[in-house]
Design a binder for this molecule. Sequence first.
Ligand SMILES: Nc1nc2c(c(=O)[nH]1)N[C@H]1C(S)=C(S)[C@@H](COP(=O)(O)O)O[C@H]1N2
Ligand SMILES: [Mo]
Length: 258
Amino acid sequence: MTDHRPTRRRFLLGGALGAGAALLGCDMSVQDTPTGRVLETAEHLTRSAQRLLQGRHALAREYRATDISPRFRVNGSSMPDSDAYAALLDKRFVDWRLRVDGLVARPREFSLDGLKVMPSRTQITRHDCVEGWSAIARWTGVPLAEVLRATGILPSARYVVFHCADELEPTLDGSGRYYESIDLVDAFHPQTILAYGMNGKELSVGHGAPLRLRVERQLGYKQAKYLMRIELVDSLQGLGAGRGGYWEDRGYEWYAGI
Ligand SMILES: Nc1nc2c(c(=O)[nH]1)N[C@H]1C(S)=C(S)[C@@H](COP(=O)(O)O)O[C@H]1N2
Ligand SMILES: [Mo]
């Protein structure tokens, strides 16, 4: 299987995070295969793809309360720099709404209290940033699957896009706004939650209040903070520079598996 696994360009300095999961699908090509062996190769690829998919359903390691890091760094934006966010924070997010739209059956807005009365999940996991630091925290939130069950998704939906309140790179045209995306395998993974709580408290502004994504099988930059809108799409092309996220548009990998 390893022969046919596409090579991942790794950008992790020192490889401190260990071997990651391989990219799925797009890099696998049978085009160069001599005709007589196409079927054999196709079978092999199917088997490989299946193993990779099963691998992606596996749970990230969960830790004990005593493993929680005494300090968890704030990284990237530490607070969205806009009057709109300041106004929401001022009123402790009572006016904040998470909009869920795009390729959903029932577009909806959720209040923070509305999300808090939905089924919740708490997990103690390790956050790994590409810059070479890790920290363990307890996250509480609503499984993304529950939100998507409430809105329904259309058959054409392929990706879930997370639009954030912050511009990490201030620009006039909004191209510096933070966003991220995941596929439906990760969207319905049981540890993929929209977190409003951290270590038993409300999520702080630095860590992404009022709501952030936790997608535990992937690196730190996928863990979008300051969520404002979730959009279901069939392609990532129309967003940003088309590579599926703020850092992806600047050269990082879209599937940042750990
Ligand atoms: N909206 C938004 N989400 C973001 C970022 C950001 O700058 N803006 N930084 C990312 C990166 S690189 C990391 S490592 C984590 C940091 O989360 P923390 O501040 O809770 O440590 O958030 C990720 N999500
Ligand atoms: Mo990061």
